[in-house]
Design a protein around this ligand. Sequence first.
Ligand code: ADP
Ligand code: MG
Length: 215
Amino acid sequence: MTTSDRAALIRLDGVSRRFRRGAETVVAVADVTFELAPGELTVVSGPSGSGKTTLLNLLLGWEQPDDGVRTTSVPTDRWTGLAVVPQQLGLIDHCTVGENVRLPGRANELVLDPAEVMDRLGIGHLAERFPQETSLGEQQRTAVARAIVTRPRVLVVDEPTSHQDERNTERIVELLVEVARSGSAVVAATHDERVTTIADRRFEMRDGHLTPPNA
Ligand code: ADP
Ligand code: MG
């Protein structure tokens, strides 16, 4: 057993995922072997439709592989184990921004102070509003805050800066780095250069195939 085998929190081994569209079969993820280790910030970039979200869904266990095996050593049903910022954000509409951020605290211990995290993401003043009463960028930062307050063992973020300006991208990036430095495994799908530059490891997704850049 290698060091990385021992350390892996989630591992995909030869994993593929196919979708049928009429007569056509799309191979969204093709024979990918990939693992997430504690303290590492991993970025997966690649064009739209290349399979990034499907790869994250396989890591999350939201989708099952058609081939290959996923193994995990974290409790993936708890926000302390596995937290996510989905591409569609997944905020609860009838809960306020503040309630959404504190939501993981219902069943888990919160490690970070929700008010402080919201302030650092520039949404502290919106705590009493409902998500629909805020901008898409603010909703995205709410989803980021919710995912990091438990300081999860694994943090999965899908295009976390897609609705952000420079200042707010910096705020998000800074927190992602802090979470990784505190020991979490962080994986981000993005084509935002401002995010790829902070990666400890960078991969490129092309038509479902995962390669290190320049490989
Ligand atoms: P990315 O996140 O890089 O934009 P996705 O993982 O969302 O890429 O999609 C990869 C490919 O798989 C695309 O061709 C997409 O249309 C297809 N795909 C993703 N989800 C489904 C689905 N549920 N049904 C059919 N095709 C899908
Ligand atoms: Mg996507």
